[in-house]
Design a protein. Sequence first.
Length: 335
Amino acid sequence: MQIIKLKKHMKQATFIYSIITLIILFGMQSCSKTTTNTKPAYVIAIHGGAGNALRKDISEEQQKDYIKHLEQALHIGEKILSEGGTCIEAIEKTINYLEDCPLFNAGKGSVFTHEGHNELDASIMQGKDLNAGAVAGVGDIKNPISAAILVMNKSKHVMMAGNGASVFAKKQGLEMVDSSYFYTERRWNSLQKVLKSKKYGTVGCVALDKEGNLAAGTSTGGMTNKMYNRIGDSPIIGAGTYANNNTCAVSATGHGEFFIRYTVAHDISTLMEYKNMSLYDAANLVVNKKLVDAKGNGGVIAVDKNGNVATIFNTNMMFRAYVKSNGEKDVKIFK
Ligand code: ASP
């Protein structure tokens, strides 16, 4: 009798033990799923400029419109990367979309110089070999980022400016437009009303592709009311754009003169390289300490070689979005 009882207890104990083991194993599994920090296969991040507008300055409807276009641009780049396209292909098509959208200060929606002209700048850099291309002060190239990519791939130079850049782009078969193409009075006026305060609407894109390559691109109309032939940071490699497979890819937006003086994009990369800082710490130090101390407004988007993303700005807002192959995604305007 005693033995039968003992056997029964042992059976129960074994059963309970198995259940506990299963629970522990299951718990460990779901725990490791949430805590594993594996490198995503690809990442893309974009910005549509930073500025000091407050939430109340941009109507709900307009915020929705911006978000819609950021989402659409992000989707274009993500599709290319998910299908195995290169980071340069993804950046070109994503920025082309933003350049064609009159909401942003690049391509079609570019701001005006003091004299009422449009002088556009753009640059691209790839992290695998530090090759780069840029165009500055162009007024008749529909998509300056594509011209920058052609300078990188089809010329022996890094930067071309003004008329020479246009002649080159035309010879390479890029779509040229009349300067009136960039005139969008209705959009421009309504944007001015919305963004009463200083605004920087440049567009930029950084990406990590499935091959593990990083790249960054930036395209802009520059700053409103700028002097003739003024060139900002956006076409300057190391200031507004930088990429290095050993560290990160960065695209900046803001008051260009400060981003040139502080070689912002390259500084973030070097802090990672020489000081072993994380992407976030490096970008945060440059944007929220060095630039703030200098009174330089703006922000950056960046992705590092491990797929970490940093979107950092010292203004009230920055149009920004990113998506990773693991589904992590964010689309935002304000802090
Ligand atoms: N950084 C650009 C420039 O200074 C402007 C901007 O980002 O909106 O030309």
